[in-house]
Design a protein around this ligand. Structure first.
Ligand code: COA
Length: 116
């Protein structure tokens, strides 16, 4: 797994994970709320694509929640298209009050062909 971190003056403002494979998958893309809309998400996606290409991949895949149309719009703008596949993921997280919670999310899968 490859961890991607966006830094500004040494401060982490965003991150993502690239899971290697025949079709590497970008997961857990996140940008700090106050830093959104400045192109950091697009930069992290670009970095993930360059790393995937360096691994020899020609495609990159990601999943986006059905209730996250703004993120889906960003991916579409950057050349990702829906594959038609959907998946349900259940994950645990710790909320702002430190309480451990479980959430289930339905993801739409999107893919982009990398330029050779
Ligand atoms: C989705 C996310 C990573 C985008 O990061 P970003 O640095 O704001 O992205 P960029 O600045 O490169 O691009 C902005 C685009 O991101 C999308 N976007 C999604 N949520 C956004 C938000 N809360 N604020 C601003 N833009 C957002 C929009 O399409 C926006 O385009 P627009 O300016 O034309 O509306 C970020 O909003 C985020 O961390 N959201 C919460 C976690 C999340 O949804 N992750 C994606 C999981 S699949």
């Amino acid at each position: 797994m490859l961890f991607l971190v966006a830094l500004e003056d040494g401060e982490p403002l965003g991150s993502g994970v690239l899971v290697p494979g025949d079709v590497p998958e970008l997961r857990h893309l996140f940008v700090a709320e106050a830093a959104r809309g400045r192109g950091i998400g697009a930069s992290l996606i670009g970095a993930a694509e360059r790393e995937a290409a360096a691994m020899g991949a020609t495609l990159v895949e990601l999943g986006v929640g059905v209730d996250n149309p703004r993120a889906a719009a960003l991916y579409r703008r950057l050349g990702y298209a829906e594959t038609g596949e959907r998946s349900k993921t259940t994950y645990e997280y710790v909320d702002r009050d430190g309480v451990r919670r479980t959430a289930t999310e339905t993801d739409v899968h999107m893919r982009k062909r990398l330029r050779g």
